[in-house]
Design a protein around this ligand. Sequence first.
Ligand SMILES: [Zn+2]
Ligand SMILES: [Zn+2]
Length: 306
Amino acid sequence: MSLQESAQNLIKELNESAPYLSYAARFASFKGFRYDKKHIAACSSDALSHAGFYSTATKKNPTSAKCPFCTLELTFAENDDPWELHKAARPNCDYVMIGRPDDTTLSLRTIVALALRCATVAEYEKMFKMFKVFEEYNPRIHSTAIRAQATAEAIGFRDSTMLLIADHRFKTFDYTVRGFRKPTPSILKRLAKAGWCSAATNCSHLSVKCPFCFSAVTFSETDDFWEEHKRIAPDCDFVKLDKPKEADWTDDEGLMLAVRISIMNKYETKQKILDQLEDDEEVEKLTEQLSRMMAKPRFLRRRCSV
Ligand SMILES: [Zn+2]
Ligand SMILES: [Zn+2]
């Protein structure tokens, strides 16, 4: 497969696993939106999509919308400014932090980071629903097939997110390479607690990788592993949560981190394609294509079917 084909596949897959990443997908979700019928409404479907929201309207709540990057869900009034409300409620949302895509030139890495965030949130919501099946399971109402499917999914999910737990990260430091002094268990425990797992090479036992952000680094024994993680990868989800001890996590925080690992795993090979692309002149064409997808089309027609 040529690099160009890989790039096209990458875009396609990002779009599929990150629903509502594009302006067009968000805009399409507001078809027949109530405030669009009023010419002066500030809170139009265009303004909402532009501010990052997609419609979660129900009969009871026809003007609710949600951000696919941070899960903020609001019910909007006619004169609300969706961008200002988004900014005020979630200043740290990845979408808010980049500024409106139309006003900014986004780099390929920024767009892919947004797509990964969107995919993480989508997976989180899927898993959240699945765990609800266990909580609310009632054999008189639900079929056993639903529970069996949820169990299978939960096992698969747990297996693919083992590195969530410091003890499991610690177990990755399995030294079989001879000729090097093995670091003491207390050093390895400190590494695991700071989010790192082994990426040991023949040259160094202290080469490590973070399963949450894929940062890779080679430490010396005297480094402060947690402080270095914060310095190297301030955007890493594990770093941003700032609770290295699992016991301090809420259920939601734990689930979000677990989902992050599973999404990062899925995209590991694609990250490599991305690294290659950055050294290639094709990158400009690709970035342009992705930027167009993120921004509002120049000629916007209401209720277009995208
Ligand atoms: Zn948001
Ligand atoms: Zn990290």
